[in-house]
Write a protein that binds this ligand. Structure first.
Ligand code: CA
Length: 233
């Protein structure tokens, strides 16, 4: 089965370049020039992955992503945001809206392809039912569901994978480079600070449940997950 990718971008030249490139890799690509047609197309046939431009004629990219996330049909669909903005604040803004990843323009087709593969692989690989408990946190790897004190907590795809890795490898320090290899995959072209951005986002979610201390920053070394922090005083 060919994977369907919906490309939401108002610049026709970029859109067709992306479509041409991805079709050669065996994807079915649909194009939308604005947010309205993107939502219509997604409702007609659910895409496996969404590419969303930062600024569209009728809506901002992050706002469109927020709407896709609120819609139960597309709540878990992998989304890559295309942006001309490279400031960290802007990236965080996009990731907070619910994007799983971002790519700066001009888009490198090689990087785009690698990230699409990584995200699709991640959204597929649900194995047999397994549950990891760590202090107040419980991760159901079958349902891709985090619970804190029994309360379901929504996580983006990348934050989920990051937390899953941490919970599978507790009380051990991992460098940013190691986390990139293990969580993002060696085939991706991502800067190490991307790890920080996603850790920040994960901590923000955990903080809403006063559980952010499970992820500790080890100066000069990387990050460590330890559940003992959540039950401490
Ligand atoms: Ca645009």
């Amino acid at each position: 089965m060919k994977k369907r990718i919906l490309c939401v971008e108002d610049e026709a030249a970029i859109r067709s370049m992306i479509r041409f490139s991805l079709e050669r890799e065996g994807y079915v690509v649909e194009e939308a020039a604005d947010a309205r047609s993107a939502r219509d197309l997604a409702a007609t046939q659910l895409p496996d992955l969404l590419l969303v431009d930062w600024m569209l004629p009728d809506l901002s990219g992050p706002e469109l992503i927020r709407r896709f996330r609120r819609d139960p049909l597309t709540a878990d669909t992998p989304i890559i945001m295309l942006t001309a903005k490279t400031e960290e604040e802007d990236m965080i803004h996009g990731l907070d809206a619910g994007a799983d990843d971002y790519l700066s323009k001009p888009v490198s087709l090689k990087a785009l392809s690698a990230r699409i593969k990584a995200l699709l692989r991640r959204s597929e690989g649900f194995g047999e039912q397994r549950i990891i408990n760590a202090g107040r946190l419980q991760l159901n790897q079958d349902a891709h569901q985090l619970r804190i004190d029994g309360t379901p907590v929504h996580l983006g795809t990348t934050e989920y994978r990051l937390l899953e890795f941490f919970m599978q490898h507790q009380d051990k320090v991992y460098s940013r480079a190691q986390l990139l290899d293990f969580v993002w995959g060696q085939s991706t072209y991502i800067e190490e600070r991307t790890v920080d951005v996603h850790v920040l986002r994960l901590r923000k979610t955990l903080k809403a449940h006063a559980a952010e201390n499970v992820i500790q920053t080890i100066r000069g070394a990387g990050y460590l997950f330890s559940a003992t922090e959540t039950t401490g005083d």
